[in-house]
Design a protein around this ligand. Structure first.
Ligand SMILES: *[C@@H]1O[C@H](CO)[C@@H](O)[C@H](O)[C@H]1NC(C)=O
Ligand SMILES: *[C@@H]1O[C@H](CO)[C@@H](O)[C@H](O)[C@H]1NC(C)=O
Ligand SMILES: *[C@@H]1O[C@H](CO)[C@@H](O)[C@H](O)[C@H]1NC(C)=O
Ligand SMILES: *[C@@H]1O[C@H](CO)[C@@H](O)[C@H](O)[C@H]1NC(C)=O
Ligand SMILES: *[C@@H]1O[C@H](CO)[C@@H](O)[C@H](O)[C@H]1NC(C)=O
Ligand SMILES: *[C@@H]1O[C@H](CO)[C@@H](O)[C@H](O)[C@H]1NC(C)=O
Ligand SMILES: *[C@@H]1O[C@H](CO)[C@@H](O)[C@H](O)[C@H]1NC(C)=O
Ligand SMILES: *[C@@H]1O[C@H](CO)[C@@H](O)[C@H](O)[C@H]1NC(C)=O
Ligand SMILES: *[C@@H]1O[C@H](CO)[C@@H](O)[C@H](O)[C@H]1NC(C)=O
Ligand SMILES: *[C@@H]1O[C@H](CO)[C@@H](O)[C@H](O)[C@H]1NC(C)=O
Ligand SMILES: *[C@@H]1O[C@H](CO)[C@@H](O)[C@H](O)[C@H]1NC(C)=O
Length: 623
């Protein structure tokens, strides 16, 4: 008996807070303690049915009365991107014969077409639309709030008046029209060639439905819309010196103006998994084999093309977008989750340096008054036992590798962490001058904190011996990860994917980031793919209670973080504003709207209303 008790005591040192068998306290009930002793009184009354549903409607953002400005317009900045030429190319359609006669012209139509015909697509397909759809107002019948879940948040905190509430998406996952209006291939387009994923060339057809999508987001009262622009649609031939695609530029100019006309503000990500394919001489397999590098798919950051490094070419592309759009775009992200696309130490270095150069360009050259950052990923590691130093060390190693590798230089002006240097021997050293240049080149800390994982040291070896062993299967993180706690329970309610619902660890995560990097925090993506949602009937997909619990519990813990822990959180972007292509298929639904794969029709899910309602009912008013 004693040994059993001791064993239990040892395992109970884990993250959980234990409560007695009599149940937990109910602090919200102190005012009603008389019920604890009083006897109920039973009575008969006349019975009648009553209406239990409340009808309310969502409120759209009012049209703006003035247009905010965050930098001089392009006319004043064009000298900063000298000698830009613009032209246009058409659409590529494998079912039609090609007529380009300008063979040999480096940036002509024949060269453009060859970029598509050189790829052996087995499955190229087009969607329903080939021109921008005129938006229609959202009918008020679509905006009736759903019945709330019985158990809802019980907090009493408020969000700051300027708290940013937004929704996010990325071009490769929603746009479709991949070979239209001058775009050239990107690595996501060849996902099916050599890789185990399926490509998708249609997705949500947002390239033609963007106005309707923005109309629907605005109708829900969302203020910020986060999207990415494909490099290969702006610069189809990628490099400095090649012409800019005028229709591509016009498309995003129009998109930005439409967002603003709806009373919203745009945020732009420069690169979200769609590195131009021209960086890859041999693209038959862009997967990074487990343990053989840092991330999952080679994002090409360490590569060069036509003698221009990725870094130089990316900075050139970034300058083109910033000079054209910074007057109207208040928030810029250079990279989305760069760790996942990093092959080696050179990749990481190219990300940090090109990011820093664009930051200095934005604030130091064009005098932008908005903000610039980059989005990090890390399924937050928490120690199996916070009182066990080995578990804590392994956890710090795990989080450092994923976050400090970029954030040490960018936020603190200090070298890469040991976790990175001991694991990736070809890291590019940062000089003292580099660190001075890179330090402080992000205006806030952007994190995609979907979930958490329980970390302990690797079995039968140390973190260090794993990190120095190029064939260890636990590379690159070199820790043991578990989604089962020491008590045998899952870490949280499970979604369709790696995401478990871990709101209390989210609060810990916010404290960890704030106190480590000492920068305000923006939640740039978070969301929950409800298990099996894609197999349900439409009405059941729309009643997505687990996704509401995810958003409400995370937002509730965020409020505690702000008010109880003193953490500055600037805002949050829901991933995603609609179900989309999750790099292989459409089965994991992250959306707060459904998308009919045949008709492209969208419907609001219950969680969309409840996320907006949670924030807006708690937003401080101007005083
Ligand atoms: C608790 O008591 C207060 C004061 O009598 C009353 O207004 C409130 O409705 C009670 N709450 C519940 C849950 O019974
Ligand atoms: C721009 O073009 C002019 C004339 O062709 C040339 O003299 C100049 O060097 C170019 N500038 C850059 C930055 O390429
Ligand atoms: C490609 O062809 C189209 C249609 O003829 C033409 O408008 C466009 O200018 C051409 N683009 C280039 C780069 O030659
Ligand atoms: C082709 O499309 C089908 C249907 O969408 C899909 O099941 C298949 O995996 C795709 N093949 C490739 C190579 O992408
Ligand atoms: C291209 O990559 C594949 C897969 O990694 C490899 O088998 C092949 O040898 C490579 N080809 C060239 C020309 O490098
Ligand atoms: C490529 O770059 C290297 C190093 O900057 C330079 O020496 C070389 O001349 C360049 N080659 C071409 C073809 O521009
Ligand atoms: C940015 O500000 C600096 C310093 O005030 C000024 O010299 C420069 O001309 C400004 N740049 C632009 C594009 O206005
Ligand atoms: C980085 O910049 C911040 C803000 O200017 C400064 O406080 C900090 O000391 C710098 N870091 C280093 C290592 O110099
Ligand atoms: C660790 O060592 C034990 C005992 O030799 C062995 O049973 C176990 O399989 C090892 N675990 C791993 C992951 O190698
Ligand atoms: C490195 O890892 C491999 C694969 O797990 C293992 O077989 C080998 O013994 C390890 N080498 C060292 C030096 O630990
Ligand atoms: C998509 O729309 C079609 C046509 O209206 C309909 O038959 C189908 O059931 C819809 N799919 C879902 C999942 O609702």
């Amino acid at each position: 008996m004693l040994t059993i008790l001791l064993a239990f005591a040892a395992s109970s040192l884990a993250q959980q807070v234990y409560i007695p068998a009599e149940g937990s306290s109910r602090p919200q009930c102190v005012a009603n303690l008389s019920y604890a002793t009083a006897a109920p009184s039973f009575t008969f009354r006349q019975f009648a049915f009553t209406q239990v549903e409340t009808i309310r409607t969502a409120t759209s953002i009012p049209r703006p009365t003035s247009t905010p400005s965050f930098a001089p317009p392009y006319a004043f900045l064009s000298h900063l991107v000298p000698n830009l030429t613009t032209t246009q190319w058409g659409n590529w359609d494998p079912s039609r014969t090609l007529s380009a006669t300008d063979v040999g012209k480096p940036y002509g139509n024949a060269s453009w077409t060859a970029l598509w015909t050189s790829i052996s697509f087995s499955n190229f397909s087009r969607g329903i639309y080939s021109t921008t759809v005129t938006p229609t107002p959202v009918p008020s019948s679509d905006l009736v709030l759903p019945p709330p879940d019985y158990f809802g948040p019980r907090d009493c905190y408020y969000f700051p008046e300027d708290f940013i509430l937004g929704v996010a998406g990325s071009a490769a996952q929603i746009e479709g029209a991949v070979a239209d209006e001058g775009r050239t291939p990107a690595i996501v387009d060849i996902a099916s060639i050599g890789n185990s994923l399926s490509s998708d060339f249609v997705t949500n057809e947002n390239y033609y439905l963007y106005k309707q999508d923005i109309e629907r987001i605005a109708a829900m009262g969302i203020k910020y819309y986060s999207f990415s622009i494909p490099w290969s649609r702006i610069l189809p031939f990628v490099v400095y010196g090649s012409p800019v695609n005028k229709p591509g530029l016009n498309h995003y100019d129009d998109l930005i103006n439409f967002v603003i006309s709806k009373g919203m503000l745009p945020t732009v990500t420069l690169l979200h998994t769609d590195t131009p394919l021209q960086f890859y001489a041999n693209y038959t397999d862009t997967r990074i084999a487990p343990g053989a590098g840092i991330g999952y798919i080679d994002g090409g950051f360490q590569r060069s093309f036509k003698n221009q490094s990725f870094e130089d070419a990316f900075v050139h592309y970034g300058k083109i977008l910033m000079t054209h759009f910074a007057d109207r775009v208040p928030v810029w992200f250079t990279f989305n989750e760069p760790l996942l696309g990093s092959l080696n130490g050179k990749s990481v270095n190219a990300v940090i340096k090109s990011h820093a150069r664009l930051y200095h360009f934005y604030h130091g050259v064009i005098n932008g008054t908005g903000s610039v950052s980059l989005k990090f990923n890390d399924n937050f590691g928490v120690p199996r036992d916070p009182k066990n130093q080995d578990d804590v060390d392994a956890t710090n190693h795990f989080n450092d590798f994923q976050v400090a590798t970029f954030a040490n230089p960018i936020f603190l002006g200090i070298d890469y962490p040991e976790a990175f240097k001991m694991t990736i021997p070809d890291f590019v050293p940062l000089s003292a001058e580099d660190l001075v240049y890179i330090n402080g080149t992000a205006d806030f800390f952007a994190i995609d904190p979907y979930t958490a994982t329980i970390v302990s040291p690797p079995e039968n070896r140390t973190v260090a011996s794993c990190a120095s062993n190029s064939t260890d299967p636990l590379r690159p993180y070199c820790v043991t990860q578990s989604l089962i706690t020491t008590t045998g329970w899952n870490i949280g309610y499970r979604s369709q994917t790696y995401v478990y619902m871990t709101p209390t660890y989210f609060r810990t995560y916010l404290s960890y980031l704030w106190n480590t990097y000492k920068s305000p925090i923006m939640i740039t993506e978070f969301g929950f793919p409800v298990f099996g949602e894609d197999e349900k009937a439409l009405s059941d997909q729309l009643f997505d209670s687990p996704r509401s619990w995810y958003y409400q519990s995370f937002m509730s813990e965020m409020l505690k973080s702000i008010w109880q822990d003193g953490v500055k959180v600037l805002g949050a972007f829901a991933w995603s504003f609609a179900d989309n292509w999750e790099f292989g298929d459409f089965t994991a639904h992250y959306g707060i709207q459904t998308v009919n794969r045949t008709t492209q029709e969208r419907h609001y899910k219950k969680s969309f209303f409840e996320l907006v309602d949670f924030v807006e009912s708690r937003r401080q008013k101007a005083h």
